[in-house]
Design a protein around this ligand. Structure first.
Ligand code: PLP
Length: 377
């Protein structure tokens, strides 16, 4: 078998494609010396809002700060509870903690790895103020059900879209269903900056106005501070890079979807569980996550042959040290706990070639069909 090294993510191929445009865009930022916010960031905000057919986009320093500012804008504070899926990147819950509020975890649905709407009502108390569905791995959460529960109980909804740029639920882009949507532009995300970045998308004028001030020391006019805010501004360079890359997002997403289809084809007969793609969504495959028994051995076999993999995420949030104090215990979220032991993220990026996918499949096949300890023949 040909030994191709396949990384989890390859940002170099993409850079090669857009190098000249990026250099021009960065050069303009330097010529304008607009290093913090400024024209490139404003132009990106307008383009990203338009992309979502949303009224506002407020760019921030990261996805985590976008989540934090959005929650503050929604009035979340000490004594409040916010419902968060138990299997997500920790930042979703951290943003709640930054507000002095308490994250309350809910188990995932076995089919899409997103929050299980049927399990939300049991987590609601008189202190609950909001729900944060996460469109995990690039597949939208069941928004109709989440919104119906939120409406019934008078709760706000903030979408965590950090892994779901350009994803659609019933034909509409994620980030526009709740009070606001928070995006991350961490370099490895589907729309990645060349450093940290994030944004809030919203149709709510008050949320946008608050977020604009909060990211900028509570200020809308120089040295006039209406409240104690943060330094959560986006850099000019990141706005410039994102402005260039947004134009390619659709194409790159289609490439990811084609890579996912190819994986499905070549992995179809293997003893593993492929990710389910719901038919009413546009899944954008931030990650292609399969489930395997004996993950440790399979992962090591891939690694040995130059195939990278990831585990997103090895420890559900209720079992991490950071949230020990919340008093949850093992067994509390059986669906997420079972998944955590079996999930394996295969290499995924727009430029992933058929050959690379073939190589991943070959080594995976060899590891899965060869019984433990059998000699190589
Ligand atoms: C990446 C990510 C974040 C945080 O974004 P940063 O830009 O890294 O701060 C939040 N939520 C989820 C689901 C993420 O994947």
């Amino acid at each position: 078998m040909a030994n191709i090294r396949v990384p989890m993510v390859d940002l170099k191929a993409q850079y090669a494609q857009i190098r000249d445009e990026i250099h021009d865009a960065l050069d303009r930022v330097m010529a304008d010396t607009a290093f913090v916010l400024g024209k490139a960031v404003e132009e990106f905000e307008q383009a990203f809002a338009a992309h979502h057919q949303a009224k506002h986009c407020v760019a921030t320093s990261s996805g985590t700060s976008a989540l934090h500012v959005a929650l503050l804008a929604m009035g979340i504070g000490p004594g409040d509870e916010v419902i968060v899926p138990v299997n997500t990147f920790i930042a979703t819950a951290e943003a709640v903690s930054y507000c002095g509020a308490k994250p309350v975890f809910v188990d995932m649905h076995d089919e899409d790895f997103c929050i299980d709407p049927a399990k939300i009502p049991a987590a609601i108390t008189p202190k609950t103020k909001a729900i944060i569905p996460v469109h995990l791995y690039g597949q939208p959460a069941e928004m109709d059900e989440v919104l119906a529960i939120a409406a019934e109980h008078g709760l706000m909804v903030l979408e965590d879209c950090a892994q779901a740029h350009d994803a659609e639920y019933k034909g509409r882009k994620v980030g526009t269903f709740g009070r606001a949507g928070a995006f991350s532009f961490y370099p490895g995300k589907n729309l990645g900056a060349y450093g940290e970045g994030g944004a809030i998308v919203t149709n709510d004028d008050d949320i946008a106005a608050f977020a604009r001030k909060a990211r900028h020391h509570g200020s809308s006019k120089r040295y006039h501070h209406d409240f104690v805010g943060y330094n959560y501004r986006m850099h000019g360079f990141q706005g410039a890079v994102l402005g260039v890359k947004l134009k390619y997002l659709r194409e790159w997403t289609d490439q990811r979807r084609r890579a996912a289809a190819k994986y499905r084809e070549v992995l179809a007969d293997l003893p593993l569980v492929l990710p389910k793609e719901k038919d009413h969504v546009r899944h954008v495959y931030h990650l292609f996550v399969v489930r395997v028994k004996d993950r440790q051995r399979i992962g090591e076999a891939l690694w040995e042959h130059g195939i990278d993999y990831g585990i997103h995420y090895p420890i559900p949030l209720h079992l991490t040290g950071a949230y020990e104090d919340l008093g949850y215990s093992e067994g509390g979220f059986p669906v997420a706990e079972a998944a955590a032991d079996e999930i394996l993220s295969l290499p995924m990026y727009p430029e992933l070639s058929k050959e690379a996918i073939g190589s991943v499949a070959s080594w995976l096949r060899e590891a899965l069909v060869r019984p433990t300890g059998a000699a190589e023949g």
